[in-house]
Design a protein around this ligand. Structure first.
Ligand code: P6P
Length: 343
């Protein structure tokens, strides 16, 4: 569906809704509440350096990480507004160990929201871009109340996914399974305007993005893959390494420029043998976006969108980006090595 540059995200949502005969507008209402939350978070993130909102609350979240006030603010903001949306039966957040139920007397809906309210928050003090990641599923269980299975759905069940990136400008990038659209917030009018219609990732790139500080904690296949990418060779581009340490920023650059981002399994922390990133509200939504943009997302062994979730905060290794680099990674993770040129 072609949309002209500058159309607002609400107009874009309504035109997509109009294409789904029988659409009740519930999904549009849900996404509009999320968009409003992001505008408020953007305002706070952009003035964080000026207002005493930086620093720590002194508490720790379910991941054992020290919670920064902006994390807490973003989480609370989204929960409060989404409760009022009347479109959800349950939420799951990085900041909460348990599923977030709707208030007893709130009207419940047919959707499930999984989100990371402010990913990359350890970078807040350094004014590095950070983001909100969201994944929307349809309730599967019968009855008004949710079941755990409504949250633990594989990525291919998502009805929508995307992220807000709070950087030099605030962007929204999302998909409903009909391609990927990017919107840039015009703060002077408070609207997200279409700036990147139909985003498509290059089939290959010249950037790999990984925390090579963990080299000695990675397995042999991971090291061999990155060694192959970084080494000069005939008919091979010279790759650069770019790593911001803020997933949404690293992913957004990969989506626009091509190449590959990976957070593989490592032996650094025995509590996190599958790497650091979470399946349901980080890897799955970004996998939906990248596949809709023509890219790929894998654990190294299987498609991220087909991983069957076992628990809310499950972690998975992820290799995500241009199809050629991800396919090559899967070769390495299967123990196969490209033949030396001319062999
Ligand atoms: P490391 C930020 O804390 C985060 O969750 C992601 O945004 C980012 O990709 C990753 O962790 C960085 O982790 O271990 O490289 O510092």
């Amino acid at each position: 569906m072609a949309s002209e540059i500058g159309v607002t995200v609400t107009q874009h949502l309504l035109s997509q809704q109009a294409q789904h005969g029988g659409a009740t507008g519930a999904f549009t209402r849900l996404l509009n509440e999320l968009i409003l939350s992001a505008k408020i978070i953007s305002r706070e993130v952009n003035k964080a350096g000026l207002v005493e909102i930086l620093g720590f609350t002194g508490e720790r979240n379910v991941q054992g990480e020290r919670v920064r006030k902006l994390d807490e603010f973003a989480h609370d903001m989204i929960v409060r507004r989404m409760e009022q949306s009347r479109q959800l039966c349950v939420m799951g957040s990085e900041e909460d160990a348990d599923p977030i139920e709707m208030p007893p007397h709130a009207e419940k809906g047919e959707y499930v929201l999984l989100f990371d309210p402010l990913d990359g928050s350890s970078n807040i003090d350094a004014n590095v871009s950070i983001g909100t990641i969201f994944s929307i599923l349809r309730k599967q269980s019968q009855g008004v109340d949710y079941q755990m299975g409504d949250l633990l759905q594989p990525g291919f069940k998502q009805v929508a996914a995307g992220y807000f990136l709070y950087g030099s400008s605030t962007m929204m990038v999302y998909t409903t399974g009909n391609g990927v659209s990017g919107f840039t917030l015009d703060p002077s009018v408070g609207e997200f305007l279409l700036s990147h219609p139909q985003i498509e990732i290059p089939s290959s790139g010249k950037i790999f993005s990984a925390n090579v500080g963990y080299w000695d904690y990675w397995n042999e296949d991971t090291r061999a893959y990155l060694d192959y990418l970084r080494k000069p060779g005939p008919k091979k581009p010279v790759y650069s390494c770019r790593y911001i340490g803020s997933l949404v920023a690293d992913f957004h650059r990969t989506l626009l420029y091509g190449g590959v981002f990976l957070y593989p399994a490592d032996s650094k922390d025995p509590r996190k043998p599958h790497g650091k990133l979470r399946l349901l509200y980080e890897c799955s939504p970004l996998a939906f976006v990248v596949e809709q943009a023509g890219g790929a997302a894998s654990t190294g062994k299987e498609r991220i969108m087909e991983v069957s979730p076992q628990e809310l905060h499950q972690r998975v290794p992820i290799i995500i980006g241009s199809p050629e680099e991800v396919a090559l990674a899967e070769e390495f993770f299967a123990g196969r090595r490209p033949r030396a040129e001319g062999a």
